[in-house]
Design a protein around this ligand. Sequence first.
Ligand code: FE2
Ligand code: FE2
Length: 279
Amino acid sequence: MTPFKIALFGDIVGKPGIKLMREALPAFVEREGIDFVVANGENLAGGAGTTPDTARSMFAAGVDVLTNGDHVFRRRADFAKIADDERVVRPANLPPRADGHGWTVIETDDGLRVGVVNAIGRVFMDPADCPFRAVDHAVRKLERDADVVVVDFHAEASSEKMAMGWHLDGRVAAVVGTHTHTPTADAQILDRGTAYVSDLGMVGAYDGIIGRTKERVLHRFTTGMPTPFTLAEGALRGPGVVVTIDDVRGLAIEVEPVLLGDPPRTRRRADLPGDDAER
Ligand SMILES: [Fe+2]
Ligand SMILES: [Fe+2]
């Protein structure tokens, strides 16, 4: 058995997210001995959608597979150009005639076949086919074609994501949640050896509201009026998990939360207006 390490990151949001991945991922992969990287690309292009250029820049930074979500067709013509790329997946429970594919298998340099499945939730989200049935179908197909399988379940409700974790426990190496852009502190190994976390959180600028400029989002919430959103700036952060996998059984041995970029502020800022230093 050779332990195999997969790093998984959530929604990469626009230029700030791309910048952090390009600056921090190569050194992280080297330092931690990461064998494979999965990240969610649904917000790569200006905050919504994926383009060939943004996808390419992530592959160059060390991402092996880009998953997707509800924003997959926001730049439909651009997505069409990469829809057949084996390194790009979109939710498997979209209509079968939609562009792209719901799972993929990538063979590493060491000959290990890594399967990546993407599905989208139905709670507080647009209608989609049953994600549980869709992953069952994909996992059955991958039983023979892949040695290790990981699943990105792109969903709003933590309950639906936890249900997916338990649904797949013992059948895949990892089930990770994406979409909320907010990391959860519940990374764990379930009873039968599946690594699980409800949401990886986004890779991007955290001095905002899920990656958007906070003033704009606040304006919409407090006035109820339509407000065009722009991308947040400031502290760049990319939480994720590293899953160490037993490549014989294809199940997780260990899951570790990790962080690219700046940690969150946990003490009040030194220059808070009204502080002694300011008087
Ligand atoms: Fe997203
Ligand atoms: Fe999403």
